[in-house]
Design a protein around this ligand. Sequence first.
Ligand code: ZN
Ligand code: ZN
Length: 386
Amino acid sequence: MTQDPYEILGVSRDASADEVKKAYRKLARQLHPDVNPDPETQERFKDVSRAYEVLSDPGKRQAYDRGGDAFSQGFGGAGQGFSFTDIMDAFFGGGAAGGGATRGPRSRARRGQDALIRLDATLAEAAFGVTREIKVDTALTCEACEGQGTAPGTQPTTCETCHGQGEVAVVQRSFLGEIRTLRPCAACRGYGSIIPDPCRECSGDGRVRTRRTLTVKIPAGVDHGTRVQLTGQGEVGPGGGPAGDLYVEIHVEPHKTFTRHGNDLHTTISLPMTAAALGTQLTLPLLEADVASGDSETATTFELEVRPGTQSGTEQVIRGFGVPSLRGGRGDLVVSISVNTPTRLDPRQEDLLRELAAIRGEETPDGQVEAPHKSMFGRLRDAFQG
Ligand SMILES: [Zn+2]
Ligand SMILES: [Zn+2]
C-alpha cells in the first residue's frame, strides 16, 4: 500500500493544482461512501482524500516534496461525515480558479407578490355576473427609473467586495483540504452591484405604491368566497420584476328573499289558509328581477301554480331557475309554501269558519300524531343523520 499521495491520486510530481483537483474529483466520484459503501472502497476513499489534502495545500505539498511524511498530522475517519454534496460543492459550486460554474450575482428583479382584494356583490351579481370597477392599491413599476432603482442618468456600480460576483468564498480547512463555500456578498446583498444614487421616487426599490382603478369582469356563478384571478395585476416585483396576480375575493351580501344552497335558490312564500286550501296561481319574482333592465327579454317573474290542498312546508321545485353554474347549467329554484292561519276573525268570518268546521265534522277534532319523519324536525334530523 503506497503512502505516496501522487501515486494515490495517480498524478505526476509536477501536476498542477488543477490536475490534482481533477484527479481527486474523478476518484471521489467513484469512491465516495455515498456512491460505493463497501469497506475496501471506503478505505481507498480515505487514502485518496488524505492524499488530496496534502497535494491541494501548497504548504503541505512543499513539505512532502522536501521529504516530509505526507500523513504526519493524524486524522482519523477521513471521508466520513462528509457528504458527496459537500465535496461536489467544494468543486462545482466552489468558484475556485478553474473550477465549475458559479451561481453568480442574483438579479435585483424579482416577481412581485400576489394581492387579494375583497369585492362585495349582491346575490344577483354573483349569480349572473357583473362588470365592476374596483380601486386597488398595489406597487407599480416606478416610472422615474423604469424599475431600475437608479436616479436618472446614473448606473449601478460593480460591488468592490465581490467584484460583481454577488458571492464571496468562505474557506474552511478540513481533512479534505480547503473547502470553499460561497456565501452571498454582504456588501451588495448578493446583487454584485451597488446603486450609489438611488431613485428618489422609489428609494431604489424600482416600484411605488399606486392606487388605480381596474375593471373586473365577475363571471356568472361565483359564490361567496370565490376568488377571481387577474393575472399580472398584483404587486409589481422589486427591481422591475414581473407583477404577481391579483385575486378578487367575492363576498355575497345576503338577499332579502333568496338564500343560496350550492346552485339552488331557496325562497319562502306565505299564503292565506284559504288560498292553500282552494289552490291559486301567483306571480313569483325571480332573482333576475334584481338585474334585468327594462328592455330585457329575460323573464323576471314566474307564474307559480299552487295546487288545492297545499300544506304548509310544501316545497315546489322550479327546475332551472336557480344560479348558473360556473361550469354551465343552472340550479333550481325551491319554493317553500308557508300557510298563514288567520289571527283575527270578525264575527262573520268566525261564523263561516265554525260552519265549515261543522260541515267537515271538525268541531272537536283530535290532533293526529304524525310519524316523526313527516315533521320538520324529523326531516332535519334525517338530513343530519344521513
Ligand atoms: Zn424609481
Ligand atoms: Zn458584493
